[in-house]
Design a protein around this ligand. Structure first.
Ligand SMILES: *[C@@H]1O[C@H](CO)[C@@H](O)[C@H](O)[C@H]1NC(C)=O
Length: 229
């Protein structure tokens, strides 16, 4: 029953958010929790962790954002682990750079995924690169769905040969919403990526996933009803 995990993972994120806010509250008010009434071991570990976080945050309050990101990242990795065990990973990694939305919906449908889930899965693949060989055919003619400035970027990448790598978005190692944003701006690397926004059958889902947290929620809600294995 792997499908329960995304919920647990989201709960952990929420708990971590609360912890971070509590830690921040402690800093702001100067309030210190006493050891009385608390289990000493637990208190010791907690206080060491809090001290480290407190000191780091005092030195650099802007650390709060990366801390939150880290929690989301762990959550994301956990979800990806679930996906890796599922057959869908085989499907999404198949190199079909030119499939249109209709074929993609059909292919994912055969694995029991809806069009919305397909877009959520794609949005979670914000990390990674494509090789020039899988998108160079897009550059031979004018493609109205391809941003003309981005076409120049792709051409520059391909000037280094078929194996040259193009990240799916500007932050190739980060889980964020830039890949989804890229689709909205016509900056999808592969035709099969851009088609998710071009096609009226999936465009609204792309629009609804322009916030990364919603992609995560898309997982938990869409898999609440399905078993993956
Ligand atoms: C883009 O499409 C390819 C081929 O269909 C797929 O393997 C890849 O995961 C997609 N990229 C993203 C970021 O979803």
């Amino acid at each position: 029953m792997v499908y329960k995990r995304p919920f647990k993972c989201l709960k952990t994120v929420m708990a971590n958010l609360v912890t971070v806010f509590v830690v921040m509250g402690i800093i702001v008010s100067g309030f210190r929790i006493g050891a009385d009434g608390l289990n000493m071991n637990y208190y010791f570990v907690e206080s060491v962790v809090k001290d480290i976080v407190n000191r780091a945050l005092e030195d650099d309050p802007s650390l709060a954002a990366p801390l939150l990101r880290m929690h989301f990242h762990d959550c994301f990795i956990q979800i990806i682990n679930i996906l890796t065990r599922s057959k869908i990973e085989d499907t999404i990694n198949l190199p079909f750079p030119n499939l249109n939305a209709f074929d993609l919906i059909k292919m994912f449908g055969q694995h029991g995924f809806s069009a919305q889930e397909m877009v959520a899965l794609s949005g979670a693949h914000t990390i990674g690169v494509a090789r020039c060989s899988s998108f160079k055919n897009r550059l031979t003619k004018i493609d109205p769905n391809l941003n003309s400035e981005f076409a120049k970027t792709l051409s520059r990448t391909c000037s280094d040969g078929d194996n040259a790598e193009q990240p799916f978005d500007e932050t190739r190692d980060d889980f964020d919403n830039l890949y989804i944003d890229a689709l909205v701006s016509g900056n999808g690397v592969l035709a099969s990526n851009q088609t998710l926004f071009t096609s009226p059958r999936t465009r609204n889902f792309v629009n609804s996933y322009t916030k990364p947290s919603l992609v995560l929620l898309g997982f938990s809600t869409s898999h609440g009803q399905n078993e993956l294995a």
